[in-house]
Design a protein around this ligand. Structure first.
Ligand SMILES: [Fe+2]
Length: 493
């Protein structure tokens, strides 16, 4: 039926317009009237029209031209052309341009009603089809956007993983091992490696490598590089391909220092080549993060070196005042490191021992000569002052932010296992591991050295003293390990 249709009537005859309007009145249609083509276009731009009934002959615009304009403005408007001229060519042209029906004047009202019903049905089908197509188009767009979004999320997740893995590194982690592990894990690489650049011999030398799960790709140990490639890398080209592997150079402060290798990319069981742009993008991200970490490490080591030099110069100053300290510090350092090794200490603890042992008495810089160099026994007040060297030492080392642990260990290098030492009377494992270890070697060396107020003990006497004091002055396990290391026979009381 035609109820509620929105219909535009365009005819220069007011009588025809009135007649049709009256006829359509019972059907509650919305009727818009126009007597010229110009008025019709105005209505079309302001109102939502579903059906247009056009007279072919209008005073200003040809009805066929108006049909074009309507179709252009809204292709879903169903157009019924009316004419009094029996011209087959005109009818064919109108139908070609998209007219839905054609009525010849004079026409009966029933015929008009049937025409409107027919074109309305056609329009509904057209609108429905357009809507389905539009929905399909929207669905395709949504699917595409969804795929793009998933890809973006996967990329961001990878970026997050890369950043997270590098940000969680601490100064003692093996940066090269971690870097190639990230290449394996994040880029599903079957093999990965880190090469050092040997500028003199123009080659890359393998420094670290790891095959991933069931990896079988071979890894070259040394790669000779043509001079052209060295020049290219220096001038900014950072990657090259070789034997189905991708190499990306690490540049630090303009110098080519190394290269990360990614090879045999896997995706489950499938081997994929060549590397995608994305692979290279992530490899570059990893290389940049690694370069930053390596540069930080170099800065840290350089800073650390300069701090140690400063502290060593303080020790030299003490040695000039007290000759005993010089050989003593060196011997305690060597012995402490050997004992740490013998006891299977962790790498971190060995590093700390390496730093603290030579400078454990740095606080003696604050002890007056009259006490430090006194030949006889110290009176109580003097001894109290002498004991403060461990706290002075902590204060000096604590000035360097990067040596917090070392400062604490220095403070406690005169604690005793049974809690009778100084400055805090810590006992057992309350005393830092490295402090217990240095304390033992410190005492051993002191007993083995001639002092103005007493003669040195023999090696046997000293080892016997250490055995005697295990569990009291010394950590019993460390004392046992020390005696064993020194070849001092059976241990324990
Ligand atoms: Fe000391």
């Amino acid at each position: 039926m035609i109820e509620g249709s929105k219909i535009l009537l365009v005819d220069d005859s007011p009588e025809v317009v009135e007649l049709i309007s009256d006829f359509l009145a019972p059907y509650n249609c919305e009727i818009y009237r126009a007597s010229t083509g110009k008025q019709a276009i105005e209505v079309l731009s302001e109102k939502h029209v579903e059906i247009a009934i056009l007279d072919v002959k209008l005073p200003d615009i040809d009805g066929i031209a108006l049909l074009d304009t309507i179709r252009l403005q809204d292709p879903t408007v169903a157009v019924v052309m009316i004419t009094g001229c029996h011209d087959p060519d005109l009818i064919i042209e109108a139908m070609k341009k998209g007219a839905s029906d054609f009525l010849m004047k004079p026409f009966s009202i029933d015929k008009l009603l049937l025409g409107i019903m027919k074109v309305r049905k056609q329009r509904e089908l057209l609108v429905e089809k357009n809507s389905i197509l539009s929905d399909l188009e929207d669905k395709k767009k949504i699917e595409l956007l969804n795929r793009q979004l998933q890809t973006k999320i996967a990329e961001l997740t990878k970026m997050y993983h890369i950043s997270d893995k590098f940000n969680s590194l601490n100064i003692f982690d093996d940066i090269y091992e971690k870097t190639i592990l990230v290449v394996n894990e994040v880029l599903n690489s079957e093999v990965s490696g880190y090469y050092i650049v040997d500028h003199e011999n123009q080659q890359l030398i393998l420094y670290r490598s790891r095959p991933a799960h069931n990896g079988h790709a071979s890894i070259e140990q040394n790669i000779s590089l043509p001079a052209e490639l060295m020049e290219e890398v220096k001038s900014g080209k950072r990657h090259f391909l070789r034997n189905e592997k991708a190499f990306l150079s690490l540049i630090i402060k303009g110098e080519w220092v190394g290269a990360i290798m990614m090879g045999g990319k896997t995706n489950g069981r499938v081997r994929k080549h060549p590397f995608s742009q994305n692979d290279m993008y992530f490899l570059r991200l990893i290389a940049d993060k690694a370069a930053m970490q390596i540069e930080n490490r170099m800065l840290y080591e350089s800073l650390f070196e300069s701090v140690l030099q400063t502290l060593t110069s303080l020790i030299i100053a003490i040695n000039r005042r007290d000759m005993y300290t010089e050989g003593h510090c060196t011997r305690v350092a060597a012995m402490s490191l050997a004992l740490a090794d013998h006891l299977g200490a962790a790498e971190y603890e060995k590093d700390v021992v390496r730093v603290v042992a030579p400078i454990h008495d740095v606080g003696k810089i604050g002890i007056p000569d009259i006490i430090l160099l006194k030949a006889g026994n110290l009176i109580d007040e003097e001894y109290k002052l002498m004991k403060s060297h461990s706290v002075y030492g902590e204060e000096i080392i604590n000035r360097f932010d990067i040596l917090g642990d070392e400062a604490r260990i220095t403070r406690h290098h005169h604690e005793r296992f049974d809690g009778s030492g100084y400055p805090d009377r810590l006992a057992g494992e309350e005393i830092p591991y490295c402090s217990r270890l240095i304390a033992l070697c410190d005492t051993y060396d002191a007993m083995m050295t001639d002092r103005p107020y007493r003669k040195a003990l023999t090696r046997e006497e000293t080892l016997a003293e250490i055995k005697r004091c295990r569990g009291r002055q010394f950590d019993p396990d460390m004392a046992d390990g020390f005696v064993e290391m020194m070849g001092g026979g059976s241990v324990g009381n």
